[in-house]
Design a binder for this molecule. Structure first.
Ligand code: PMP
Length: 405
């Protein structure tokens, strides 16, 4: 039997089950629904809205660009493409192997496309070294996107069911287990691809030694370390990249979500020029990747992160967030809390109800959050949220857990 259609016209394919709120306008950390009711946004588009809704600098950059040129395709170039590449490599280059001087970027649109781009780069780089049947090591409970290749190595049955045949060439190991990675590396291995902190899995933070071990293993084996920072990157963890938490410099970094400031889809792979240099004309691309509007917003996003102030703010406010959530564990209102910076995964006592029920109770109190699975919720407020708003949201969470169960 077909799944129940979401409320609405019935014209939307039922591949989502949104919470019952219809957003009409938004500003900063707040959204307003069609009935004029305001909600505090503690999800921030799964980290796509790191700078809040309609950040003035990003809106101004987009408006300005709308009056100039919006699309050229890559058949031609335009005046913001090189500046965007230069700026992004300036921001992220120091955090990738080779450093800023040796980094380059491939502009794409969505996170999934950029992960696909990193996989293609790794395979082609392997082919150039004589590896004709390459494998890439990935983690259990990964989330990298929804394309056929990316769900080929998902360990989530719902994400895979009915979509085969799948793309071969991936080997799955437990997340956080360096010995398992070591055991999985053989002469066919070209790369290890993982999220530094697993987002969709419930903000799973590995032990501090895990990513340094991955770096060492990849160096020893002469293979690529690829960090999918689509959700964790661009300030979320209190550092520019999550990998900066451990001073690990991957060979390739995948960025998306916040790179478009919540205004346009912008993604990119940034990394070693000798690896991304495998893409020669005609071997990879995208009509919209690196379009003028995307570059204008992307440049403004890089500018917002260039002083380090927002990362600093995410770190300080993040400490406050984690401390308040730890208090809820002490009060036995939460079972577990994990996180880094302004990003937290929280486990509700299943006796209280499901994560979705908590989200519905929060919604009634004017707070937006989203469950990920079972009794786990993710909180990822805008990095620009005021401490008063953050406290207000956490007060509501506390009251929900203490009173509404
Ligand atoms: N990688 C990670 C780590 C993600 O969290 C996501 C989206 N949740 C993606 C890739 C896919 O991004 P998109 O939805 O833009 O394709």
């Amino acid at each position: 039997m077909a799944a129940a259609a979401a409320p609405g016209t019935g014209r939307l394919a039922p591949n989502y089950a949104p919470l019952p709120v219809t957003i009409a306008t938004a500003d900063g950390s707040w959204v307003t629904d069609t009935a004029g009711r305001r909600y505090l946004d503690l999800l921030a588009g799964y980290s796509a809205l790191n700078f809040g809704h309609r950040h003035p600098a990003l809106v101004a950059a987009a408006h300005d660009q709308l009056d100039r040129v919006t699309l050229t395709s890559r058949a031609f170039t335009h005046d913001l493409l090189d500046p965007f590449a230069e700026a992004l490599c300036g921001l992220v280059g120091p955090s990738v192997a080779g450093g800023a001087a040796e980094s380059m970027m491939v502009p794409m649109n969505t996170g999934a496309e950029a992960v696909e781009t990193a996989i293609k780069a790794a395979r082609k780089w392997g082919a150039s070294r004589g590896i004709t049947s390459p494998t890439i090591i990935v983690a259990e409970n990964n989330f990298h996107g929804r394309t056929t290749t990316l769900v080929s190595f998902s360990t989530d049955d719902d994400a895979r069911a009915g979509y085969g045949p799948f793309t071969p060439g991936f080997r799955v190991v437990p997340f956080g287990d360096a010995a398992a990675v070591e055991a999985a590396i053989d002469s066919s291995t070209v790369a290890v691809l993982m999220e530094p902190i697993q987002g969709e899995a419930g903000v799973i933070v590995p032990a501090p030694g895990f990513w340094p071990s991955l770096r060492a293993l990849c160096d020893d084996a002469g293979i690529l370390l690829i960090a999918d920072e689509v959700q964790s990157g661009l300030g979320r963890t209190g550092t520019t990249l999550a990998c900066d938490l451990w001073n690990v410099r991957p060979d390739l970094v995948v960025l998306g979500k916040a790179l478009g400031g919540g205004i346009v889809p912008v993604s990119a792979v940034v990394g070693r020029s000798d690896v991304l240099g495998v893409f020669t004309p005609g071997t990879h691309g995208s009509t919209f990747g690196g379009n003028p509007l995307a570059c204008a917003v992307g440049l403004a996003v890089v500018d917002l992160l260039s002083t380090g102030d927002l990362q600093e703010r995410a770190s300080t406010l993040g400490d406050h967030l984690q401390a308040r959530l730890d208090d809820l564990v002490t009060e036995e209102l939460l079972v577990d809390v994990r996180g880094a910076g302004l990003w937290a995964g929280i486990d509700v006592d299943p006796a209280w109800g499901t994560g979705k029920q908590v989200c519905l109770a929060l919604l009634r109190r004017g707070v937006l959050a989203k469950d990920t699975h079972g009794s786990t919720l993710r909180l990822a407020p805008p990095l620009t949220i005021s401490v008063e708003d953050l406290d207000h949201g956490l007060d509501q969470l506390r009251d929900v857990l203490a009173e509404d169960g």
